[in-house]
Ligand binder design. Sequence first.
Ligand code: IYR
Length: 242
Amino acid sequence: MAREHPSIEYPFTRLPEEEMRRRSRAFLDHISTRRSVRHFAPDPVPREILDDALRAALLAPSGANRQPWHFVVVGDPGIKQRIREAAEEEEKRNYEGGRFPERWLRHLEPLGTDWQKPYLEIAPWLVVCFREDYRVLPDGARENNYYVLESVGLACGFFIAALHAAGLATLPHTPSPMGFLSRILGRPPSEKPFILFPVGYPAPGARVPDIRRKPFAEVVQDDDGGAGAESVGGGPRGRAPR
Ligand code: IYR
């Protein structure tokens, strides 16, 4: 290396293949049960549990480790009400004011969504993720961040997975346009609202759309070339999980 920068040894232990198989399947089984939820119970959720999920989100990789995100946690009923009202105003124009093209409305039909967003008041927490496009230096100059969408998307993915692991439900909601969130939550112009997450328990009997994921082989191209080691347990390699 040309120049020395501080580094630490990565504390990594290789697992026995058997254990890897067990864990990869256990994680898949766990994440397979995650669904986006639009019907929440009003029951309170301990803040520490939410904060742990946020801590997990903050561990996501990011372009040049700039961590170009900012999360706002809202529990205040008055602020939740303002967010709901502003979101519904925008969504009403989308759904019923002709702002969504016909094709978009058709694609949303299976989800059963409309302009009404009661979950924004019912869920005990709203978490708003802002993406930080640039930082303002002390001299006022703008310093752009790198791969902002990729980075913030990864952090939100970690967040969703962590909430699910904790036994909570959420929905990546993007009321469009979302500028009202910057105003209500007082975030600076260097940040843009990215995703709004209601967080809580599903309402008793909550229903979700009966939709399917694309089959593995449709979205994974296999140019394996024999890179996967022969299975010790026998059986063919490269079989798609379910
Ligand atoms: N933001 C709107 C519309 C919407 C858009 C997409 I793309 C979805 O996957 C779901 C909803 C709403 O929340 O209703």
